[in-house]
Structure formats: C-alpha cells, structure tokens
Design a protein around this ligand. Sequence first.
Ligand code: CP
Ligand code: NVA
Length: 308
Amino acid sequence: MNHFLDIHKTDADALRTMVDSARRMKTARLGRPKAMPDDDLPLEGRMVALIFEKPSTRTRVSFDLGVRQMGGQTMLLSGCDMQLGHGETIADTARVLSRYVDMIMIRTFDETVLTEMAEFADVPVINGLTDRTHPCQIMADVMTYEEHRGPIKGAKVVWTGDGNNVCSSFLHAAGQFGFDLTFAGPAPLDPDPEFVAYARSKGSVVTIERDPFKAVEEADLIVADTWVSMHDAQSARERRHNMLRPYQVNDDLMAAAKPDALFMHCLPAHRGEEVTSAVMDGPQSVIWDEAENRLHAQKAIMRWCFGA
Ligand code: CP
Ligand code: NVA
C-alpha cells in the first residue's frame, strides 16, 4: 500500500512508471465509451472515498470516472457534510473511514489534514490538492508534455504569475523528472523557497525572473494558473491582480518563447486575466488534453497506491 501525498515524497522511478502506465492506459481505451470498464480491473470490489472541502470539477469527475473504469465504486463526500471540521479529529476520521473504504482521496485546505489522514489511515490516501501542493495535476501535465513533445527531461518550463500550490508541485516535478523551471512573477508571490531549494538540490536550474519576456526566452512550455486561488482571501484580489497583470499570457508573450512552445493551465481559467482566450484556444494550447489526462494519470496513481 502506498500513499500519494506529493511528487517529492514519491520515488522517481515510481513516478516515471506512473506516467508511462497512464499513457498505455489512455491508448488502450481509444474509441471506447467512457462508462465501459477497462479490460483490466485492479479496483474491482473496492470502494474509494472522494472527499472535497473545496470546489472541484476536474478532480471530482476524473477520479470518479477513473475508479469506475477500473472496476471500483466511489463515495463522493463533501467536507461540510462530514464531522471533519466540526470537532472530530482527523486521526479519528481516518481510522473510521479505513473500516469502510479501501482508498481515500482528499482535497483540503491545510496540508496537515492530508498528512494526518495518511498517518492514521490503514488505506492509501491521495492528495487531491491542498493550499500547498497539487501533485495529481502535475502528473497529468508531465504526461501531456511528453505526449506532445517527448521526454520532459531537460525542457525549459516557465511558470507565470503566482508561486502557488500548483507551482510548488511543478518545482517538485522539476526535481524528480529533471527539467528546468523559470518563475516569472512579482517578488511578493515568489514560490516557496523550500521547494525551490528542493528542485535545485536535485539538479534543476530554477530561475526567478521579474521580466516575463526575458523569462520565456527559449521556453518549451509556458504555464499559467488563476491569480487568486481557492485558499486566498478575496480581500487580496485587487492587490494581486495589480501585481500580476504584467504576467498575463497573451500572444505577445507566447511569441517571445520557442515557436513550438506549448501552453498549459490546470483550469479553471479566468479568460482575459492570467491568459487570453486567443492563447487558450490557440494552436499552442494543450489545455483540453491536459484536463483529459487527469483521468489517465490518476488511474495510474491509484494502481500504484494498490501496488497493482
Ligand atoms: N485543475 C483542477 O484541479 O480542477 P478542479 O478544481 O476543477 O478539480
Ligand atoms: N491554484 C488553484 C488551482 C485550482 C485547481 C487553487 O488552489 O485554487
């Protein structure tokens, strides 16, 4: 049994196996109706709890569908309807859920909810996003990059905007998959220094650049995310927008990167804010493949969690 808590906490060979297995599973399902099970059913007879303390479209739907395609069943639980946060400890919740279900995927605020859940659960726990990281997303992003451009090792990835939870998992992936990452954003929103140090310790070149046009020179991939994350105070919205406006991904910025640079966004996007519609819907954007690949990448993660 394995927990999937973060990319930097997972063995690099296992991560590589997951991306390759996700691509094989995707190919094996080509043309198959979405509700039709896979040929291979590693989750047959298993129940998976999907707990959401924050909103979600992609994570909710792709995990639910992925479990079903692999022969399992799901229980969708919203944090506010559970005793979580109403006095019952995370440890007790983990012990109880372990008697009912075979795996727990949780999207939460504070990372300690995830880590305590993993510490006290007898079943695998998967990180479906915390305020600090979003590892399932970046597994799908690595898969998407490789599908379009081949090995990500040695590529130059440019993160634009806020050094948030998704950026953190990109830094972990830079270290584990061997690519370089340039952060283009304002100093108050710099990425977590601990994660920058982690990626550098693994040999990645991590550059902090205030000029977005300089940052994207020779970029193979440009990534954007919302300027205000679910855990950010809405009162900070205007200040963040003012700081981040120069980092919008638009046609001019894309033109300053390599001519075949890809564009990614984990979604949901705010068209006209962090990215223009022209880029999102343009020829360099792979955002719909990226969203689809959440399904395949997470199926591979769940298989690994069960050692299947
Ligand atoms: N990218 C992502 O995690 O999307 P949702 O918030 O819709 O799950
Ligand atoms: N950074 C965003 C990602 C959403 C998938 C957030 O945490 O709201």
